[in-house]
Design a protein around this ligand. Structure first.
Ligand code: NHR
Ligand code: GAR
Length: 213
């Protein structure tokens, strides 16, 4: 059985998608938020999952906060740490501690649009496709080895909210899939690139076309 700790900052819909996926061999050991008011905490409690709220505002700086966060995480002896809408940049020391066993989902087709406000920036840039990326977390923001991506169209008249909703639907599909692959020990990272062990012929998921536009 692999223990998973999920870090959130808000709504927690990706966390919920992963919980609902019921991944064989995975146990969601805890859901931890840096924001005590995160809606996802009550969703997690509804599933009977242990939750921790660790308010970053009560700490002197990033190093102090990340040290406390690591101490909380390690109580659950995680095999995998999952960032699911977690909105605090993590210090190098923290990332090194969990390197190779920490995933993030980002709402753009990386390496385009790293950082914040990705949907607004995608619309402003006039791109015709957008999407989402699951990647291993490395110290450099949104730059770690890519595990899975999904593409959606940007439609005429889209605003940030409409595009975000279309992308989010794909996030809920590819993030549980990526976590499942990790739990199955099928993700091989070599030279900053991920391959899927025993993949069937064809892309099997990591460059997933839109299921519905
Ligand atoms: N940390 C490292 N070192 N590497 C990554 O790849 C990380 C990370 C921490 C979070 C998620 C992320 C994203 O998918 C993530 C990836 C927050 C910010 C940010 O600027 C940027 C990227 C991501 C999450 N946060 C502000 C900060 O000062 C706070 C913003 C807020 O609270 O709303 O930390 O893009
Ligand atoms: C998701 O769209 C996720 O990709 C994004 O925040 C949303 C969280 O939703 N993450 C980032 O922007 C990281 N910088 P959720 O809380 O409902 O899962």
């Amino acid at each position: 059985m692999k223990n998973i700790v999920i870090l959130i900052s808000g709504r927690g819909s990706n966390m919920e998608a992963i919980v609902r996926a019921g991944i064989p061999g995975a146990r969601i050991a805890a859901v931890i938020s840096n924001r005590p008011d995160a809606g996802g905490l009550s969703i997690a409690r509804g599933f009977g999952i242990e939750t921790v709220a660790l308010d970053h505002k009560l700490f002197a700086g990033r190093d102090e906060f990340d040290a406390a966060l690591a101490a909380e995480i390690d109580r659950f002896a995680p095999d995998l740490v999952v960032l699911a809408g977690y909105m605090r940049i993590l210090t190098d020391g923290f990332v090194r501690r969990y390197m190779g066993r920490m995933l993030n989902i980002h709402p753009s087709l990386l390496p385009c649009f790293t950082g914040l406000h990705t949907h607004r920036r995608a619309i402003e840039a006039g791109v015709k496709v957008a999407g989402t990326t699951v990647h291993f977390v490395t110290p450099e923001l949104d730059s770690g080895p890519i595990v899975a991506q999904a593409v959606v169209p940007v439609l005429p008249g889209d605003d940030e909210e409409a595009l975000a909703a279309r992308v989010l639907k794909q996030e809920h599909r590819i993030y549980p899939q990526a976590v499942r692959w990790f739990v199955e020990e099928r993700l091989i990272v070599e030279n900053g690139r991920v391959t899927l062990r025993d993949a069937q012929s064809g892309p099997e998921g990591w460059c997933v076309p839109p299921v519905d536009a």
